[in-house]
Design a protein around this ligand. Structure first.
Ligand SMILES: [Zn+2]
Length: 439
């Protein structure tokens, strides 16, 4: 009896409940519960790309100060700010002039846009972390400053309008601080953002508690729009265009565009020079998320305020990120196809045979150090199979010889070795269950 037949018969016996599952089934989630490349074994380990490097190695480090791949887009070469970290001696934020009446402020983790008019100021977003000395222990020290205090370093004009890019607290949780400083501020959001804020507590304090003062509740928008609103501001007929084009990140997330300076702000879609935050940056609708890359590129923009870390993006960054997503989509389709037993890229396990059912059985028999699922637990076996498919997709994506673009993403963008597997998992689930997904 060949080894394959032996294992196949054992597998079938196990499903009848007479087989004690071996102890060496492979784990695909680490002790923190996330999918782990170290556990993404494929059958022939010698074929496996070296993706199992420790976190932070094998790709450009995430640099919270000056990105090493600036590509000519404006990034802070000098950190400015009147607030100095007690821990590092460095400013706790950077405010950068992007041209015309547009500024941006970043703490190295979040970004906001500030537009200075003749006698007014528009601020887009209010993350709780901006202004805090994040290096001084648990969320800060006495040097913490507020967004209104930072804006006051740019202009004496009052903040008259506050725009919410979307409803997530990590981007607007300090909005109440602006409202307290400027009670007459007009808060503008898309209708679905307003509706989401209306159903919750709007209390963001669990997120990032300030040491001295609790954050006020996030104020509801005073006014909302559905598709588009243009705001006139400043001199020379400058305007700010707010547009909703679908739930690219979540329902209500908008595109914010200043055409004079060709500056676009879209939050939580593209992470310039990085793999996005896990699971397609928590996109609620994968199809809309993928379409957003083209929607961004339809704008005549030169600078992108993407919301996270300190670097701004440019068109090349968006096109690069789109290529990465196209690779993940193609490799997800490949990883989902279990029906080619001769192709190790489409059928990496190959024990129980090239059938849909056989693939589930195989998934429970990938050799490895830890048992993670009892084969009698059919749902557990299926979950293991999906994780295996995500691992397969990630390994294809991170190997320049197997990914369609031929790009070595591990060295091209930061955190690809860590985050790619979760993007694959999300993409595979979308392919598997969403009839409306037509990439
Ligand atoms: Zn978000």
């Amino acid at each position: 009896m060949s080894i394959n037949k032996l294992i196949l018969s054992t597998a079938c016996a196990s499903l009848l409940g007479v087989f004690t599952f071996q102890d060496d089934a492979h784990a695909y989630r680490n002790t923190f519960g996330t999918l782990d490349h170290d556990r993404c074994a494929i059958f022939d380990d010698s074929e496996r790309p070296e993706v199992s490097l420790p976190y932070g190695s094998g790709h450009p480090m995430v640099d919270f100060f000056v990105p090493d791949r600036s590509k000519g887009s404006p990034t802070p070469d000098v950190w400015t700010g009147d607030s100095i970290s007690v821990a590092t001696g460095l400013p706790t934020y950077h405010k950068g002039h992007l041209g015309g009446n547009v500024w941006y402020i970043t703490d190295g983790v979040y970004q906001i846009m500030v537009i200075v008019g003749r006698s007014e100021v528009i601020v887009v977003d209010a993350p709780p972390s901006i202004g805090m000395d994040l290096n001084a222990g648990p969320f800060g020290s006495e040097v913490n400053v507020t967004i209104p205090e930072i804006v006051a370093e740019i202009t004496d004009n009052p903040i008259t309008k506050l725009i919410y890019s979307h409803s997530h607290f990590d981007h607007i949780g300090a909005a109440g601080v602006i409202k307290e400083a400027y009670p007459d501020v007009l808060i503008i959001a898309q209708k679905l953002t307003k509706e989401q804020l209306e159903v919750g507590s709007r209390n963001p304090n669990f997120l990032q508690p300030r040491p001295m003062t609790a954050l006020p509740d996030v104020p509801l928008p005073d006014t909302f729009f559905f598709k588009q609103r243009n705001l006139a501001i400043g001199t020379r007929g400058t305007r700010l265009e707010l547009r909703y084009m679908g739930p690219a990140h979540e329902p209500g997330n908008i595109f914010i565009y200043q055409p004079n300076e060709k500056i676009l702000m879209v939050i939580d879609i593209v992470f310039p020079r990085l793999s996005p935050f896990e699971l397609l940056a928590l996109a609620e609708d994968t199809g809309s998320y993928l379409r957003a890359y083209d929607q961004i590129l339809e704008y005549d923009f030169e600078m992108l305020i993407a919301g996270h870390l300190n670097a701004l993006g440019d068109r090349a960054d968006v096109m690069e990120a789109k290529t990465y997503m196209q690779d993940i989509l193609a490799n997800s389709k490949t990883a989902l196809n279990p029906f080619d037993p001769l192709d190790p890229n489409t059928f990496p396990i190959g024990i129980a045979g090239p059938t849909f059912f056989g693939t589930f059985v195989d998934a429970a028999f990938v050799p490895g150090p830890e048992q993670t699922v009892d084969p009698a637990n059919g749902l557990g076996v299926f979950s293991l199979y999906l994780n295996q498919a995500a691992c397969k997709c990630a390994n294809l994506t991170l190997n320049p010889e197997t990914t369609p673009s031929g790009v070595d993403w591990r060295t091209q963008i930061g955190t690809a070795d860590v985050n790619t597997v979760s993007h694959c998992w999300k993409m595979i689930e979308t392919l598997r269950v969403e009839p409306g997904f037509d990439p």
